[in-house]
Design a protein around this ligand. Structure first.
Ligand code: ADP
Length: 159
């Protein structure tokens, strides 16, 4: 049985993240979406909400489980018995960072393979931070996130 871990902060989950998770779930027996708890950057949603929002977005995919985790991602991957770590790749901007991270992770835990899935064209320029900025300024985000995320985001940003 192949277990894959898809880690991130997901603040909040976007259609780009949900698409990567759904596609990864069709490649592996079990996909664990790891929501990073207490990362050093300032976040809009707390961990519980980020887990709930992602769970709702993929509730129709039976082999996806969304869970919070702390500490080094590769250590968590090893702890849950994951053989694979999934990442999403947008345009060229993600490549260098993801490449460096994959090299470091391989050094730390050589038995775990990183599998990068190319994002769909329509989500190439979608990031959680840009999404929050557009939403704050009153832009239309309904094609970029699931409906429940749009509602939660507008309530949080009071727009
Ligand atoms: P981070 O891991 O830097 O906190 P995120 O939580 O935003 O970043 O994203 C987690 C993973 O999802 C990363 O692999 C990232 O490249 C990927 N990702 C982010 N946005 C998209 C998108 N629009 N389409 C596909 N993958 C994405």
């Amino acid at each position: 049985m192949t277990i894959a871990l898809y880690p991130g902060t997901f603040d909040p989950v976007t259609n780009g993240h949900a698409d990567i998770a759904t596609r990864a779930a069709s490649l592996f027996d079990q996909l664990i979406v790891g929501v990073y708890d207490a990362p050093p950057k300032k976040l809009l949603f707390d961990t519980k909400d980020r887990v709930l929002l992602f769970s709702e977005a993929v509730k129709r995919v039976p082999n996806i489980k969304v869970v919070p985790y702390k500490g080094l991602t590769v250590h968590y991957a090893r702890e849950i018995g994951a053989q694979v770590m999934v990442r999403g790749l947008r345009a060229s901007s993600d490549f260098e960072f993801e490449f460096e991270m994959a090299m470091m992770n391989r050094k730390l835990v050589p038995e775990i393979e990183v599998v990068s899935l190319m994002t769909r064209l329509e989500y190439q320029f979608l990031s959680s931070s840009l999404l929050k900025e557009v939403c704050t300024l009153g832009g239309d985000i309904h094609n970029l996130v699931p409906h429940h995320v749009e509602t939660a985001l507008k309530a949080k940003l009071k727009v």
